[in-house]
Write a protein that binds this ligand. Structure first.
Ligand code: GSH
Length: 214
């Protein structure tokens, strides 16, 4: 039976999160985030080799055929940054987002959106350089150097809003991935920030659980 046909479902009344995942993917960001929230979740492991992420069933959840995705209270959420933001609000007891009326909410959104819309493409363009270069003024991220300098500024004092939040889950995941792939130089500010984020018990739990799935 396909993992997508599993008998368990997330209904409008259930608080359980269904998590469509493969540990060899950006789904790792969401896996860490789920551990931070303390939410009950069920992993639906999608096998790359069986192309389960392109199956008609999964395309109903994410028409992009990409991982990660979650279903919570019968609603599908895709895009790792959106999922982190959603989960922080859906499970407020975990305290992973500044309150809506807290000015820190601005800083929180700013760097979450920056990480998704600037860091992601800057690092990908670095890894796979464009044959036909585009002027920095046309690129949302400007230049690789400007993006990296802004990232450094965002994390140089520790957690992005001063208190650990979903923005740190996303930012730290990006930094860790990019440093591991040598798309980002290991500046002291990044290394210090990574230590702070990854020594969290939820990160350690995620690592151990992801390892047992690989
Ligand atoms: N913009 C998406 C990107 C998701 C993505 O590209 N996932 C990759 C794995 S890291 C994937 O599913 N690739 C399989 C494919 O596109 O066939 C996000 O941030 O969640």
């Amino acid at each position: 039976m396909s993992v997508l046909d599993s008998s368990s479902t997330s209904t409008a009344n259930s608080d359980k999160v269904l998590f469509y995942y493969n540990p060899m993917s950006r789904g790792r960001i969401v896996h860490w985030m789920l551990e931070e929230t303390g939410a009950e979740y069920e992993i639906k492991l999608l096998a790359w080799e069986k192309k389960e992420h392109k199956s008609p069933e999964f395309l109903k959840i994410n028409p992009m055929g990409k991982i990660p995705a979650i279903v919570h209270k019968s609603v599908a959420v895709t895009e790792a940054a959106a999922i982190c933001t959603y989960l922080a609000d859906a499970f407020p007891k975990a305290g992973l987002a500044p309150a809506v009326d807290d000015p820190a909410r601005g800083t929180y959104y700013r760097w979450l959106f920056f990480a998704a819309s600037c860091i992601e493409p800057a690092m990908m363009d670095r890894k796979f350089p464009r044959t036909d270069p585009v002027a920095a003024s046309h690129l949302g991220y400007g230049s690789y150097d400007d993006t990296v300098n802004a990232m450094e500024q965002a994390v140089s004092k520790g957690f992005i809003t001063g208190k650990f939040s979903a923005a740190d889950v996303y930012m730290s995941s990006q930094i860790g991935w990019c440093m591991m792939n040598k798309d980002l130089e290991p500046r002291p500010a990044f290394e210090k920030y990574q230590k702070l984020c990854t020594e969290r018990p939820a990160f350690q739990r995620f690592l151990q659980k992801a390892g047992s799935l690989s």
